[in-house]
Design a protein around this ligand. Sequence first.
Ligand SMILES: Nc1ncnc2c1ncn2[C@@H]1O[C@H](COP(=O)(O)OP(=O)(O)OP(=O)(O)O)[C@@H](O)[C@H]1O
Ligand SMILES: [Mg+2]
Length: 227
Amino acid sequence: MNNMIILKNIYKNYYSSKKIEVLKNVNFIFKTGKIYSLMGPSGSGKSTLLNLISLIDKPSSGYIKFDNLIIDQEDNDKKDNIRSKKIGIIYQDKNLLSDFNVLENIYMARLSLDNNKKKAVSDAKDIIRKVGLDKRLSHFPSQLSGGESQRVAISRALINSPDIILADEPTGNLDYNNAKEIFKLLFSLKNKNRIIIFATHNRHFANISDCKLNLINGKISSIDGGN
Ligand SMILES: Nc1ncnc2c1ncn2[C@@H]1O[C@H](COP(=O)(O)OP(=O)(O)OP(=O)(O)O)[C@@H](O)[C@H]1O
Ligand SMILES: [Mg+2]
């Protein structure tokens, strides 16, 4: 990614029994090399915003640009392709496929790039070693602690060397020490070609990001170190 993610006049509404306006004219430029935290009350739209950036969901209006190109929200194949090549996503839980072991969970994410299993397995093993889980290669997700599961989730998100890493409350289910370790790992992934955005309810972890964003009343309302 040569530069940035641009959000322009983004609105997002949901319709259940009535219309819910979640995002109301969000404008923001995320720049490479930076790590962003996203805070805001429960229900303020943090996950909604991350789901738009990950191209899992689409805005009601407005547009998103990657590398200065507007994303065609109707072209699902293209969006899937961009997501698998450019974006690593980490959720609070349920990141892993329960019927597959640690190695499989990680290397399978690499196959979407070029279907080279040998390379995928060897890359997966390298990453697993880096996150300190080489002794857990053949464990299944149910046999891992919460902290270990999140290390695997990060490894999986990382295997395609994504330009964008999105983490939605990645430590929401962990105790403080494990959360600290996971954030240490997440921050170590920062590099000049990458944008990292994480949603959190924890002020301490938000404070150590390069740029603190606050979602309130459907807008990014308080910005520290941003544009
Ligand atoms: N698929 C959906 N259909 C209808 N409403 C939805 C849907 N997804 C989210 N919402 C609503 O949109 C609002 C924002 O939800 P969102 O999950 O983005 O909040 P959040 O900031 O991530 O909250 P939390 O901190 O609890 O994770 C909420 O009011 C939620 O009920
Ligand atoms: Mg959320």
